[in-house]
Design a protein around this ligand. Sequence first.
Ligand code: LRH
Ligand code: MN
Ligand code: MN
Length: 386
Amino acid sequence: MTASSAVKAALATQAIETPSWAYGNSGTRFKVFAREGVPRTPREKLEDAARVHELTGAAPSVALHIPWDRVDDYAALATFAKDLGLRLGTINSNVFQDDDYRLGSVCHPDPRVRRKALDHLLECVDIMDATGSRDLKLWFADGTNYPGQDDIRARQDRLAEALTAVYGRLGAEQRMLLEYKFFEPAFYTTDVPDWGTAYAHCLRLGERAQVVVDTGHHAPGTNIEFIVAVLLREGKLGGFDFNSRFYADDDLMVGAADPFQLFRIMHEVIGGGGFVPDVAFMLDQCHNIEPKIPAIIRSVMNVQEATAKALLVDREALSAAQSTGDVLGANAVLMDAYNTDVRPLLAELREERGLDPDPIAAYRRSGWAERIVAERRGGEQAGWGA
Ligand code: LRH
Ligand code: MN
Ligand code: MN
């Protein structure tokens, strides 16, 4: 097998999960921009996701966010997805959009609020049972705004208690992915601010509790690929929420702000075992000025490009240079791979798989964008803007 056919064979197995909420209206805290033709229901989000998978061949599953994607019959939604050639993926819990959660959810000082949040998390596991989802993603907006506002350690105890209850409810094949974020909406302390805190909780819980790395959730300058390498080494990297940031949790298209960082991350993933099924590649973006579907296609393509480059790293030459202390040589091996234009290789791969070599152009030609504008009129729009 030539190097490029080995790279293509590996790329053909990569699956990137798209988030239901990226298809709906979203915005910043200043304004949610409504866009014509966006999905009004979870089913319409899946219809859009099916286009992304059809055109890229690389996005077979869709993450749901509860209650944004609340439906009466989740098994029926799973069947609907299957008929579209998709699968329902990670279930994302939401314990941050209720007035009760002003002081937190599972870390709230009031046991009544904690119970309410826990019930929601347990309900998410019921939903996973119905959808056949493997992963439950937990992100907590919990934290405090002022020194002294609450007891930091007591909040950790409350968090541990809730996580233990949810972990105990998981089925044998289900996992809990704990996401961290250094600030926002809390500004003084956040209860799961970093990978160390997430890791400590996951370690106590057990094997099926793993850390999820959202690329937008770190302080500027953080070496994310180092975190990835360490978590992989510990068998605790559950997956990624991929997006780009310039400043904070910007939720822009992945690979847009710093494609080199994405390459470095994928280099660690490949070095740490490649596409092991345990590492979920998920997008978590909330782009709000550009059209929804092509921006998701762009993100999928950006992940594929970074992955292709990481697969092209001449690992033998790299370790030879590393072991002889050839600093410049080692760095050159990495940069050679990064500076390779992999777009022709990806176009070739798509053609070999019966896909259009240019998914965005194919989307534009498909008429889907015009069709949804014409057909999806009236009703509530789903997502952040709902
Ligand atoms: C929090 C977060 C988390 C949520 C999503 C909508 O900032 O990254 O993953 O579920 O955004
Ligand atoms: Mn996220
Ligand atoms: Mn985020």
